[in-house]
Design a binder for this molecule. Structure first.
Ligand SMILES: [Ca+2]
Ligand SMILES: [Ca+2]
Length: 147
């Protein structure tokens, strides 16, 4: 079992997501990579931030995954950096649907740039219940792979 800081519910972000508690202990997503690249948008090549990740939660449900950029991961004073969070700048969102095993993968790109050395995080919200997860582990740009 991973060690858990006081007050954290991170060990409850494990499959299957049938645990209950505040927000039904909604699992947070895992970000597997985050990098700057170019994409063809409307006939033009544009620089984008490309984020890939996974979510394990309840089976056959739709989740709204929100993405955030931050200068650094959560680093509260006088404690060990957690490596999770934060969510300083909202980058965008997308809905993902889990399969019968509760798994989903996602790819998200945005023209909002997250500079090299900064981090991206994500949250997941169960659209059926409105339960929102804690912030995911932070993934530094360019981080391939992060998990
Ligand atoms: Ca959970
Ligand atoms: Ca749960």
């Amino acid at each position: 079992m991973p060690t858990t800081p006081p007050g954290s519910q991170r060990t409850t972000s494990l499959p299957p997501d049938n645990d209950t508690g505040p927000n039904n202990l909604q699992n947070f997503p895992g970000i597997t990579s985050a990098r700057l690249t170019t994409r063809r948008i409307g006939g033009h090549r544009r620089k984008v931030t490309l984020i890939k990740g996974t979510l394990n939660s309840e089976a056959d449900k739709t989740y709204n995954v929100q993405f955030f950029g931050s200068p650094e991961a959560d680093n509260p004073p006088n404690t060990t950096p957690t490596g999770y969070g934060e969510g300083k700048t909202f980058l965008g969102q997308k809905n993902v649907t889990t399969n019968t095993s509760g798994d989903a993968t996602f790819t998200f790109s945005t023209r909002k740039k997250v500079p090299k050395g900064q981090v991206v995080t994500a949250t997941a919200t169960n659209l059926s219940t409105g339960d929102t997860s804690e912030f995911s582990k932070a993934c530094m740009v360019p981080g391939v792979p992060c998990l």
